[in-house]
Write a protein that binds this ligand. Structure first.
Ligand code: MG
Length: 481
């Protein structure tokens, strides 16, 4: 019966267009099913855990991010690898602890180092799978042209090469020696010291245009806002509108940006084909007082290894794949983004060793999905291992940490002064004591020993500058003469 139908089809020319249409339809459907997802990764700068409506902010309105959270999942134990700009970004984009790839702290305008060109960024991982790639915003992984994002797998770049406070007009005497703040397109400086009140809007316009131009997909859009890193600037549509001063205005403008990006996805019919990740590079810069954000219920902020420094707000949405309206408290870290997205895209992992693991079962909300890492290691400075989190436990190693010690931060965009807090060998149970108030090391020697052994294994591989240990698995950053 069937074969007779097909014989008839082939014999009769009249059926031919129908047959071809059927073949074409099947091919497109299959291609669509196999098409890897677009990825939109929005990375704020110094946004605190408590600065969004959906994470408990009372005086900052973030309706678009809140909606994203209702349509997706809120991840409440999402970590950056280090509580500082360049190191945090190195980990996000390479899937490695930053010290593995030789990136420490926040790179200065005149430094001749950056991410090594041979390190594979997420953009480079995705390119062989046909992704169009772009970064709009802050790079901060090397200023020399040889180290800019266009050499690391990004087709398009528009933004600042480092932090927006690294400009000569910013007060502080050391900054007087800085070159003018460059706005870069591709690998060319197109403006010196651009009007910062326009940055969020300009990045957003680029992002929306990129989505529209690449609607045939797949694409990877990395929207790395310069805000709310000080000095703060809001565009005229947002300045003076929030109930939390300039800081609130800046966050509400970022929320408006998220709204425009989501709208562009919707209008291009791409909502169901796009994984959206919204998060921050580190916790709030508390010494700036009203110009810094809030770590919510957590202790301390940027520049520390307490939860307020490294735990950041995170929302992910991919309709039909990531559960709607859920909250997930499983620990995750930015190092896991690259291997997880690579898995979704069917892209091979970098040939060099990475630290992150595929955590897709957690993102998908699988019942009983657990974190595949034995621990997360929290490094800082030039490679000091300061803390380790394993399960609900976090062990600190002796070091000094900055703190305002309960005093208010600065006002009017000026920094208040930190004092140095000695931290000892301390153990906290984060489920029972998320604010890290009660050191329970004396009561749990077996936990202390287990976490110390995990840390020791990490030191062999990744080193520990504090103990003058050099790791066997650490690599050099990129350098130019
Ligand atoms: Mg930052």
């Amino acid at each position: 019966m069937v074969s007779r139908f097909w014989r008839e089809c082939l014999r009769s020319r009249r059926w031919l267009p129908l047959l071809l249409a059927a073949i074409a339809w099947t091919a497109t459907t299959q291609a669509k099913e196999q098409r890897p997802p677009n990825v939109v990764l929005i990375y704020c700068d110094d946004l605190g855990w408590g600065d969004l409506g959906c994470f408990g902010a009372k005086n900052i309105r973030t309706p678009n991010i809140d909606k994203l959270a209702r349509q997706g999942t809120r991840f409440t134990s999402f970590y950056v690898a280090q509580a500082v700009c360049s190191a945090s970004r190195a980990a996000l984009l390479t899937g490695c602890y930053a010290n593995r790839v030789g990136i420490h702290g926040a790179l200065g305008p005149k430094q001749k180092i950056g991410l090594h060109p041979e390190e594979m960024t997420l953009a480079e991982v995705l390119k062989p799978r046909g992704y169009a790639t772009a970064i709009f915003g802050k790079w901060h992984l090397g200023r020399p042209p040889e180290l800019l994002p266009t050499r690391q797998g990004f087709d398009e770049y528009f933004g600042l090469p480092y932090s927006n406070d690294m400009w000569p007009q910013n007060g502080n005497a050391a900054k007087g020696t800085y070159p003018p703040l460059p706005l870069i397109e591709g690998d060319r400086v197109i403006e010196e010291t651009p009007d910062q009140s326009q940055l969020t809007r300009r990045y957003t316009e680029r992002a929306v245009s990129f989505i529209r131009r690449n609607a045939a997909g797949p694409f990877f859009l990395y929207l790395a806002h310069s805000m709310p890193h000080v000095p703060l600037f809001a565009g005229s549509r947002f300045a003076g509108r929030s109930r939390q001063g300039l800081y609130g205005d800046v966050i509400e403008e970022i929320d408006g940006s998220v709204g425009e990006v989501l709208n562009a996805l919707k209008q291009s019919g791409l909502e169901k084909d796009t994984l959206v990740i919204f998060t921050s590079d580190n916790g709030p810069w508390l010494s700036y007082g009203e110009h810094g954000g809030s770590a919510g219920p957590f202790r301390e902020g940027k520049g520390t290894s307490f939860e307020g420094g490294i735990r950041v707000p995170c929302v992910m949405r991919w309709p039909g794949h990531i559960p709607r309206g859920r909250t997930n408290d499983t620990p995750l870290m930015t190092i896991d983004v690259l291997p997880t997205v690579a898995g979704l895209a069917g892209a091979p992992l970098p040939s060099r060793k990475i630290d992150g693991l595929d955590v897709w079962p957690i993102l998908r909300g699988d019942r009983g999905a657990t974190n595949p890492h034995s621990a997360y290691f929290i490094y800082y400075n030039q490679g000091d291992l300061l803390a380790v989190r394993s399960g609900d436990w976090k062990l600190f190693f002796p070091h000094t940490s900055q703190t305002l010690a309960g005093r208010p931060g600065g006002t009017n965009g000026m920094a208040g002064r930190y004092q140095q807090l000695p931290v000892g060998l301390e153990l906290y149970h984060l489920k029972r004591d998320p604010a890290e108030r009660v050191n329970v090391i004396a009561q749990h020697p077996e936990v202390r020993d287990r976490l110390m052994a995990l840390a020791e294994a990490a030191r062999v591989e990744l080193g520990d500058k504090r103990l003058q240990r050099i790791g066997t698995g650490v690599r050099e950053p990129g350098r130019v003469e």
